[in-house]
Design a protein around this ligand. Sequence first.
Ligand SMILES: Nc1ncnc2c1ncn2[C@@H]1O[C@H](COP(=O)(O)OP(=O)(O)OP(=O)(O)O)[C@@H](O)[C@H]1O
Length: 270
Amino acid sequence: MDPASPPVQATGRIVNFDDVALSYDGTNPASWQLNFELAAGDALALIGPNGAGKSTILKGLLGLVTKLSGTIEVLGTVPRRAAAGIGYMPQHSDTDPEFPITLRQVVLMGRFRRLGVLRWPGRGDRAAVDRALERVGLADRANVRFGDLSGGQQQRGLLARALVSEPKLLLLDEPFNGLDTQNRQALMRTLRELRADGIGIIVSTHDLELATQVCSHALLMNREQVAYGKVAEVLTSEWVSETFGESDDHHDTHCDHLAHPHPLPEESLR
Ligand SMILES: Nc1ncnc2c1ncn2[C@@H]1O[C@H](COP(=O)(O)OP(=O)(O)OP(=O)(O)O)[C@@H](O)[C@H]1O
């Protein structure tokens, strides 16, 4: 068993990509030869240089780009039908920092798909917001204006928004962007707890620490898939070099976490 796997019985495959190519314009592939799967409670890191196609895979899971070939299955169906079971945290906040909206209201937006446009949020929705804020450690900031929160708190708020619909699959696009050490640690802790609850996670990242500390699997890519498998098997300096094709300096930086992957003891996931 991999060192970061959670103490839950995986309940089966929730994502499957079979020889998939994805496109923005319906003709030219943005990324291709994608073959991977994800089980409940597992976490997959998508790793590659800028423009490698990591965000494109997340958009493929959300049904926002064209599938040129292959098969995508998400939560037992096609991407667009699975949207209600997916929580998505985008790379950049889509909330105007000047807009007078509280953290609580931002998180509540994550319930709109369930609520529809006409229903007023009820007690159940408010309780779900409280649980999501509790989970990311921001319960005491609920009524603060979103724009007045620190960058790290805003990121955690967006994670709460992704979680408030109680998804089975969580998609995170570069969640470490701009985070200090304390917020990074808090985010990694939360993601491990989510895995332990059986939520599947797919995270786009440049950060090998996030991959080795949180994820069970990794997919290395540079437009086309380079390698996919368990973290310990795939995050080798050879595969990372092949993916990034970079200078020795960069290689050393990337491989810091490969030389000392610090796998987490099983009990720390409980
Ligand atoms: N909206 C778009 N329309 C057309 N092409 C796009 C669009 N977004 C991305 N692309 C192209 O698709 C390819 C993959 O981009 P993608 O954003 O998925 O990479 P990424 O690995 O997420 O990069 P980064 O780490 O910089 O976020 C790139 O060639 C990019 O230019």
